[in-house]
Design a protein around this ligand. Structure first.
Ligand SMILES: O=C(O)CC1=CCC(=O)O1
Length: 94
């Protein structure tokens, strides 16, 4: 199943800069592993915001939740999820 996921990142000032940098490096490593595995199909920065729109291709709600909640920045993100279905006018299956 495909899911459009909106992630807004807010790391509070109480998190030390070194800790924040480590979390971001771990987040990048996990995101790139999931992209290589084909589960994180798109990752787009929202221009001008510390936020992204992503498309995940996973078995269902439970796998998506497991992946999102394992992200290093998960405690500092506001996440919204939109399940995607095929559009009948799309010229190619997604
Ligand atoms: O910077 C972000 O939008 C949060 C994030 C998701 C994957 C990644 O590497 O950073």
């Amino acid at each position: 199943m495909l899911y459009l996921v909106h992630m807004i990142v807010r790391i509070p000032d109480t998190v030390a800069a070194e800790r924040a940098d480590a979390l971001k490096a771990d987040e990048k490593a996990m995101a790139q592993r999931l992209q290589r595995e084909g589960k994180w199909r798109h990752l787009w920065r929202v221009a001008g915001e510390y936020a992204n729109y992503s498309v995940f291709d996973v078995a269902g709600n439970d796998e998506l939740h497991q992946l999102l909640s394992a992200l290093p920045l998960f405690p500092f993100m506001q996440i919204s999820v939109t399940p995607l279905a095929q559009h009948p006018s799309a010229i190619a299956p997604n």
